[in-house]
Design a protein around this ligand. Structure first.
Ligand SMILES: [Zn+2]
Ligand SMILES: [Zn+2]
Length: 233
């Protein structure tokens, strides 16, 4: 106990950084918002898969969403170590490999579930989506983070598909969300105009006009096309 506290305070806790809001949202919405371990309670914490006490990284790829009771129960073990302890405990309950038996529903599929949520968290398209949409949000405390989480969940439930699973409508590198069913088109039946060819002069005039209207080039093009279509019979 004494040793653990010294290690935590001097080396490990001190190096921990506050995670950006979008990292929390990205983590807590994984596994449909449920705890990776029990798959039953809503996630409210980000568990370090490799424990901080074992030099586990304090970074998104080491996070698994968990409920508070599971996070506390797991303590400084990796999921694999926890599962081994649990198997030993089930074989020899009196030795003290673990404090209690996992319910069957939690025990079965534990490894596969952990692997699946790990893959979900590490998926780059998904991570980009959260960064693009919530990268600017900053929470001062956990209550504020949970408010962001609430609006994030509402936003996600408004899409017919998970937006990051739909194609990117822009192929060039731009650090914005351009997912088909999201910021790209906003409408599940929408189609994009493939290409518009302009001279250099026309193009810079177009950009200036769009800028003056406070619109992106794409939104401005869409507005012009819609206007033209409304005028046609
Ligand atoms: Zn749990
Ligand atoms: Zn978007």
């Amino acid at each position: 106990m004494e040793v653990a506290m010294v290690v935590d305070a001097s080396v490990l806790r001190g190096s921990r950084v506050k995670q950006a809001t979008y990292v929390w949202l990205m983590g807590l919405t994984a596994n449909k918002g449920l705890c990776t371990y029990c798959n039953a309670s809503p996630s409210t914490t980000l568990d370090h898969e490799d424990p901080v006490a074992d030099n586990g990284a304090d970074i998104w790829w080491n996070f698994l969403p968990a409920c508070k009771p599971c996070n506390d129960w797991k303590r400084n073990r990796t999921p694999v170590e926890w599962l081994i302890d649990q198997k030993l405990h089930r074989a020899q309950p009196t030795v003290g490999f673990d404090t209690r038996r996992m319910p069957l529903l939690m025990f079965h599929g534990f490894e596969a579930r952990t692997e699946r949520v790990r893959r979900e968290i590490r998926e780059s398209g998904r991570r980009d989506w959260f960064r693009h949409h919530y990268g600017q949000a900053r929470h001062k405390n956990k209550a504020e983070m949970l408010e962001h989480l609430d609006s994030c969940r509402k936003e996600l439930s408004g899409y017919p598909h998970l937006p990051w699973s739909t194609p990117n409508v822009r192929t060039w590198a731009a650090d914005v969300c351009a997912r088909h069913i999201c910021c790209g088109w906003r409408h599940p039946q929408a189609r994009s105009v493939e290409a518009v060819i302009l001279t250099d002069d026309q193009y810079s005039a177009f950009l200036k006009l769009a800028f003056a209207k406070g619109m992106s080039g794409g939104d401005f093009t869409a507005m012009l096309i819609r206007r033209a279509l409304e005028r046609e019979p």
